[in-house]
Design a protein around this ligand. Structure first.
Ligand code: NAP
Ligand code: MG
Length: 507
């Protein structure tokens, strides 16, 4: 059994029962228990590493009521004090970095480099918080643009949206949550976070860091329990003003159907195409395609999940992909630190990938490498000549499968790319500028990359999907826009005795 090795600093967030740490929920500045618990299982070896509290309706009601009250307080806190608070959080995250990395490795099965990457990115995100504040600057609109507003002018300001509910996925449990918490607080909102049940512990630890750094009580609260049990009761709550959800299209669609009138920001699934054209640097493209497909075992919304190669260079490119398959070594990263690809989050995921691969094989693709699994450990797999009617050519993979499809030419590549319900990321590899521009312009996705695999990273470049990949833009300076509302303040200058000549101009 693997050990979380929590230091004294985190003593308040759990108690030990029969050797298993039982974690509590952060409600109004205090860690509280609930009557029901749920196991957290490490995908490394299937052992129970902890239990989380399953929120009941009373817990949810109390949390939302506290969030409403706390929002009135955080709104009064000056921006400079909000930034100062995040600076303190950053210092604490730096000092607790190794511990957070260890928790992520154990609960999410991530290799050390990936777990470290998640925390380093969090530190950078905290550092960049001040950038968010530029989005809070307002606008001035002169009234003499339209007959009916002559003599008036307007100032547009951004106000907090109120109570935000953030729901985050298992693949970046800490970073995705933090990328909602930071802009919510800077925007003057209170936020309730629901971490994924598969790997919620590192986020509970981060919430403790926020609490100890002096976060006013009730501004950040954490609700735990499976999505289906906290589920609709939480989502329907009409005191929640916004849901910022990152997760699967299926759950996103469910939330959209039950949420009622509130702002929805949806970061959902993807099926990123990588288009390889004949003028591409094939070595660069192959390296990026393998990395884009396999890193984090393919469990990334921005993963490359179909590689569309034009027929002129198809065979040559497949050879290059084969060479790069050995860039990834799969195994248990706790036992072997040369491993750079860990297990999938659970066995169900491995079984799902297995059935997709088998479907593709039955439809005539070529299994070049991999295709086997043991519990949560799915081998790095290369499928070539995948047919367009295969499930893996259409549905989000979320597993370590390099999926190669032959296309006729650039127009065919664009058509195949767009023949998808998803529209999150895409990329193209070519050194021909006009072809690059054509593909960048025509592929219908929210984020398109040239000569590099998609990667959302710190979200310095904001991202977000179209079609079934979602709605809204996440990232520095953009999430805060989603989490604030524009209020229009109209000033009738004639009431100050100013005439039409001053319509909108204070000169
Ligand atoms: P998921 O199954 O949709 O779960 C996401 C979150 O929703 C979890 O916290 C989950 O809680 C919760 N949830 C599930 N059912 C719910 C319900 N009925 N009501 C309220 N909450 C509910 O997604 P996942 O498997 O964790 O993550 C993988 C997916 O996330 C992929 O599709 C990936 O593409 C997507 N993703 C998108 C982005 C992006 O930026 N667009 C980024 C990362 C991931 P439980 O864990 O307790 O069930
Ligand atoms: Mg899931």
């Amino acid at each position: 059994m693997v050990d979380l090795k929590l230091s004294e600093y985190f003593n308040d967030i759990y108690s030990v029962n029969e050797g298993i740490p039982e974690f509590e929920m952060l409600v109004n500045g205090e860690w509280i228990n609930s009557d029901k618990k749920q196991d957290v299982v490490s995908s490394l070896d299937g052992s129970v590493i902890g239990r989380i509290s399953v929120a009941n309706h009373d817990n949810i009601d109390s949390m939302v009521n506290h969030a409403v009250e706390a929002q009135k307080e955080i709104e009064k806190m000056s921006l400079i004090d909000r930034i100062e608070l995040l600076n303190k959080v950053k210092s604490e995250v730096i000092s607790k970095k190794d511990e957070l990395v260890n928790i992520i490795m154990i609960e999410a099965g991530k290799p050390k480099s990936a777990a470290e990457g998640e925390i380093t990115t969090l530190i950078r995100r905290l550092e960049l918080s001040e950038q968010d504040l530029y989005s809070l600057k307002g606008e001035f609109i002169p009234g003499d643009l339209a007959q009916d507003t002559v003599g008036r002018s307007a100032v547009l300001v951004r106000k907090p949206i109120g109570v935000v509910l953030g729901i985050s996925p298992f693949n970046y449990p800490v970073y995705t949550s933090a990328n909602k918490i930071i802009p919510a607080i800077l925007g003057g909102n209170s936020i309730i976070i629901k971490p994924p049940s598969a790997d919620p512990i590192a986020l509970l630890a981060l919430a403790e860091i926020f609490r100890k750094a002096g976060m006013p009580k009730g501004v950040l609260q954490v609700v735990t329990g499976s999505g289906s049990s906290t589920g609709d009761y939480l989502i329907e709550n009409n005191q929640i003003n916004m849901i910022s959800f990152t997760g699967s299209t299926e759950v996103g669609e469910h939330i959209t159907n039950v949420a009622g009138i509130k702002k929805l920001h949806m970061e959902l699934g993807g099926k990123a195409p990588a288009i390889i054209l004949k003028d591409a640097d094939l070595d660069l493209a192959a390296k990026e395609c393998v990395k884009g497909s396999l890193s984090l075992s393919g469990q990334r919304c921005d993963a490359i999940s179909r590689i569309l190669v034009v027929e002129d260079i198809y065979s040559k490119f497949v050879e290059k992909l084969k060479e790069h398959m050995s860039d990834f070594k799969m195994g248990n990263p706790i036992e072997d630190n040369s491993v750079n690809m860990g297990p999938l989050i659970n066995k169900k995921s491995a079984e799902r990938i297995d059935s997709m691969v088998k479907d593709a094989i039955s439809k005539g693709c070529n299994l070049v490498q991999g295709g086997k699994y043991n519990n949560c450990y799915y081998e790095p797999t290369l499928l070539t000549d995948v047919t367009k009617d295969s499930i893996i050519a259409n549905e989000e993979t979320f597993g370590p499968v390099v999926t190669v499809i032959k296309v006729k030419d650039i127009d065919d590549a664009i058509e195949v790319s767009n023949n998808s319900k998803y529209g999150l990321d895409g990329c193209v590899f070519t050194n021909n500028i006009s072809e690059a521009f054509k593909v960048m312009d025509r592929v219908k996705v929210g984020n398109m990359s040239l000569n590099v695999a998609p990667s959302h990273g710190t979200s310095n470049f904001p991202f977000g999907g179209i079609k079934y990949s979602g709605e809204g833009k996440e990232g520095i300076g953009k999430s805060i826009e989603e989490m604030t509302v524009v209020k229009t303040l109209i000033f009738d200058l004639s009431s100050f005795g100013l005439g039409k000549e001053y319509s909108g101009k204070f000169n």
